[in-house]
Ligand binder design. Structure first.
Ligand code: F6R
Length: 615
């Protein structure tokens, strides 16, 4: 987590840095800071709080001039979020400046050693240790900054994306990465540095994404040099043309990114199956699957690893894969899987799901499975992300940038990709008839329209939200394909409104959670027409007789649950396996409206960050 941004070139750095920090704020917002060098003075301003707090502070503290600058927005790991622990950090001589995203795991032993050599520390951070280690190497070994950074990084255990400069040699910035993303925008006589490309898309479409264990020496008057940190070998970096545009990362008239992203889902789902779902020809075409069909067809089982919302998409996929393609599936929290000693063989296929493509636990799970011989397939949203590059093959979700910290369109597009894969494999295995296959393709194509229809309940959901916004707890119940949707609905509410919520399979209620039900407990029940509909209706009866307040998510036109429930929200009918793509929508809106009514920061909920690059 944490966002880093930097600039060296012919423009004033400050506007680029501050706007860049705003765009990267989804990565962490515990504190923020900038360092600017104007040819004479190094000016640093930093503060606990958000980028908007930093702007106020800067106005009082420093002049905003200088053509070299770096900035940071922090998700705290070592040291509480306060002014002192905020980045940038400077070395003891006051000459070297650093911003860092990641964790230096051996910082305590390094710090002790530096203290014995007379170094003093202001903050509790691992980053201040790193910049002083670089200074110590530079002074002791009498080497240039780039070499000092390289030697220091070879002593470090952990993860980092860093940018460092020396105010006595302001013509260069050194950047390096291991485990945290780092993009370099290449302009005409200017360079941009950032955790992702969003801070510089209006300036250049050319970017280099550093690979793990690479560093770059960026001199504004010269070409950039990329080297391997370990063995100093020169690397010929791959220049990527960015597809991102400014409109995609702006709110576009919506109050929040989350609301914009909820409403973008019809388009996002369409973009996801565009060119892949060819209904007239009755085929699904996905290069990553076609090229590796044997691996999938010979797989003993598929193991899905992911975290959070992506893990919920994995659970939905488990139901779909098993139902359609008859392949055994296990779904694992990446954070647990990587630290177990799982039995993995060469005949296993691992699917890693990640919106950001940077989640540290998912990345580690991939590496572990690969080392044991499994074939690893990625389902990512961010193009060129670490997970996308680390996997053997993959399929992008094409949801477009997701900026709201609470995942919405990433979830539905992940389910879309995974459904396409399941259908393709089912067809190849012959576990689905050609008429059923065609029926699925037709229905899949109608999903975006049906999502649009589901979004029309927005006003009604606002009314329901108003009634229940003061509740302290919520239960979410669903069965089968919609059990993971119940988990996802509960997660959405928890993370943005801070109301405690739990998701359960509806039938599990009688094994414990039913004890929680009284007249103050709102219970969201996904009760769409499905195989176990009657059983869900019975569960609703059980809740009702204990005076629980029922918010039913029902299929359009259903009168049975309508009579029983206190409130209902309708979604269009579809094939049961595809229903999570519709039932999720009202749950996203419910959590959104409740959070807004409670005056919570919907796009940047407390303690969270969009890209979780720490374990
Ligand atoms: C919840 C949410 C998180 C992420 C999780 C995994 O709304 O966004 O739970 O789903 O941190 O992130 P990715 O998908 O980027 O690996």
């Amino acid at each position: 987590m944490c966002g880093i941004v930097g600039y060296i070139g012919h423009r004033e750095a400050y506007p680029i840095i501050i706007e860049g920090l705003r765009r990267l704020e989804y990565r962490g917002y515990d504190s923020a800071g900038v360092a600017l060098f104007d040819g004479t003075d190094l000016k640093i301003s930093k503060t606990k709080g958000k980028v908007s707090d930093l702007e106020l502070r800067i106005n009082e503290e420093i002049t905003k001039t200088g053509k070299l600058g770096i900035g940071h927005t922090r998700w705290a790991t070592h040291g509480v979020p306060n002014d002192v622990n905020s980045h940038p950090h400077i070395s003891n001589s006051g000459s070297l400046v650093i911003i860092h995203n990641g964790i230096i795991e051996n910082y305590e032993s390094l710090k002790k050693e530096l203290i014995t050599r007379g170094y003093k520390f202001q903050s509790d951070t691992d980053t201040e240790v790193l910049i002083n280690l670089i200074e110590e190497v530079k002074t002791k070994e009498k080497v240039k900054l780039g070499k000092a950074v390289q030697i220091a990084l070879n002593q470090v255990v952990g993860a980092y994306a860093i940018a460092v400069f020396d105010k006595t040699r302001p013509e260069e910035v050194i950047v390096a990465r291991l485990g945290s993303p780092l993009a370099i925008g290449i302009g005409d006589g200017e360079f941009f540095i950032a955790s992702d490309a969003s801070p510089f898309i209006e300036y250049t479409k050319n970017a280099i994404y550093l690979e793990d264990e690479e560093m770059a020496i960026i001199r504004f008057d010269k070409k950039i040099k990329v080297r391997k940190i370990k063995d100093d070998s020169l690397v010929d970096p791959y220049m990527q043309e960015l597809q991102l545009n400014l409109e995609q990362i702006e709110k576009g008239g919506y109050d929040h990114f989350m609301l914009k992203e909820i409403h973008e889902q019809p388009k996002a789902i369409r973009d996801t199956f565009r060119g892949r779902l060819l209904r007239n020809e009755a085929i699904i075409k996905m290069a990553g699957i076609e090229d590796n069909m044997k691996k999938f067809l010979n797989a003993n089982r598929i193991i899905i690893v992911a975290c959070g919302t992506s893990w919920h998409a994995g659970l939905v996929a488990e139901y779909i894969f098993e139902d359609l393609a008859r392949i055994p599936v296990e779904v694992e929290y990446a954070s647990e899987f990587r630290y177990r000693n799982p039995v993995i063989s060469e005949n296993d296929v691992l699917i890693a799901i990640s919106q950001s493509g940077e989640t540290a636990d998912t990345l580690a799970a991939i590496k572990m499975a690969k080392s044991k011989g499994a074939f690893v397939f990625g389902v990512c949203n961010v193009v060129g992300s670490s997970i996308a590059r680390e996997t053997d093959a993959g399929a992008y979700t094409h949801a477009g940038p997701e900026i709201g910290v609470a995942s919405t369109k990433a979830f539905t597009t992940q389910i879309t990709v995974l459904s396409l894969i399941a259908l393709r494999l089912a067809r190849a295995k012959g576990t689905i008839s050609s008429s059923d296959f065609r029926r699925y393709l037709l229905e899949m194509e109608l999903i975006p329209e049906k999502v649009e229809k589901a979004l029309e309940s927005d006003k009604h959901i606002r009314i329901v939200s108003d009634i229940y916004k003061e509740a302290s707890n919520f239960l979410y119940l669903g069965r089968g394909f919609n059990f993971p949707v119940a988990l996802e609905g509960a997660l959405k509410l928890k993370e943005i409104s801070y109301i405690h919520a739990e998701g359960y399979p509806a039938a599990e209620m009688k094994h414990g959670p039913i004890a929680l039900i009284d007249e103050n407990m709102p219970i969201v029940v996904i009760a769409t027409k499905a195989e176990h509909y009657d059983k869900v209706v019975s569960n609703i009866q059980e809740i009702k007789s204990r005076k629980g307040k029922i918010i039913g998510v029902i299929t359009e036109g259903d009168t049975v649950v309508r009579k029983l429930a206190d409130h209902v929200i309708e979604v269009p009918d579809t094939i049961e396996a595809l229903s999570p793509l519709l039932t999720t929508i009202p749950l996203q809106l419910l959590s959104y409206h409740i959070a807004v009514m409670l005056d919570k920061n919907v796009d940047q909920p407390r303690n969270l960050a969009k890209s979780v690059t720490v374990e």
